[in-house]
Design a protein around this ligand. Sequence first.
Ligand code: ZN
Length: 77
Amino acid sequence: MLTLRCAACKKKLWKYDKVGQGEVLRCHKSRITRLYQPLKEGGKITCSCGKNIGTDKGTFIKMTGKTFTYSGTKRNS
Ligand SMILES: [Zn+2]
């Protein structure tokens, strides 16, 4: 499980069940297990500090590179 944080203000964004060892390019909403801030549907995903984190694509969020950090572990299957 990964905990994602905003790179600008370090606030927690959400917990994500990342499958595979690759980079976090997308976050599938069905695998977000805990939200620390509300997601705004249908547009830009921003942190409460105003930083743009990604774009809502419906079932997943397309993450914007270098706008977030994460800690924790990815699972293989
Ligand atoms: Zn922030």
